[in-house]
Design a protein around this ligand. Sequence first.
Ligand code: ARG
Length: 257
Amino acid sequence: MSKKIATYLLLAVFILSLGLVGCGKQTNSSTAKVLRVGAETTFPPFEFQDETSKEYTGFDMDLARAIGKQMGYEVQIQNIGFDGLIPALDAGTIDMAASAMTITDERAKKVNFSQPYYKSGLSIVVKSSNAVINGFKDLEGKRIAVQIGTTGAEAAHKIKNAQVREFNSSSEAYIELKNNGVDAVVNDLPVNAYYLTKSGDKDAKLVSEVANSEYYGLATAKKNTELNEKVNKALDELKKNGEYEKIYIKWFGKKPE
Ligand code: ARG
């Protein structure tokens, strides 16, 4: 090979490699970044599986997809036990938890929370025939079903002499009430309310007292502060452009508080 040809070849390789570097910077669907979102998906209307399409749906799922889109990420949703979400963030197997997760001081030591995106609170479901449980003080010494690792579980454990039964999903807790295995279910108010309207369970009712105010946040790994900032920015944008309100109205039939 003559020296001249070799120089041309080298030059050609150099120019080609420049072109490739340029391509890598372009964003197109084949190079879309992926946001792995974890949720415990038996928690309607926040996260649940659509019966026909089998897709994960609900307020959080719509919000997570909108946030991903806003940030230029493709969203992939994984079903993970509620008590496994923070460990999954820690281990880096998911990037974000969108699972109606209440912002608590305890959890905030382990993960970063976004700004609050939903105001909630704890409430009680009992059998329609139950005339003795009318508030949290009446739960003393009673049998209570809760979902494992939740703020509902934590609250139930603080009640004097209560026998607390923990289930992997809130649907199992409602079944336990139906079967008279417990006297009450303690769970997030919107989930209790949704269960009572959607299931058509006439055998159960909501106790009017709501224990507290809780705020849900989107959780990301403690070390990934950059992602938390991006999520907050995307939330701000969705609040400004009306998308957040649209999703809220779709699931709750009213404007956000
Ligand atoms: N808000 C409650 C908590 O943070 C319950 C959340 C349960 N979420 C779920 N997707 N199962 O403890």
